[in-house]
Design a protein. Sequence first.
Length: 91
Amino acid sequence: MKTRTRPLLGDWEWQAEAACRGMDSSVFFSPAGERGPARRRREEAAREICRSCPVSDPCARFAQASQQYYGTWGGYTETERRAAARVRNRK
């Protein structure tokens, strides 16, 4: 039996155009125990990068589809993605 596989490059090629490419990931992922104003400042810095990113939409879709539990992806924080998933699951 012959198995047909789908090329995965299309799933990932959007990353080549990402504004965050090569940046320190600590802007997008919180260190253990980060809370309050420090967390909000870091998340806002990440969102600012995402606002100017040409691939923020595919990035956000990827994070939702692959259930990325941590970090800011496509301008959405982990809290925002979880809330959106809860709304979708209620429907």
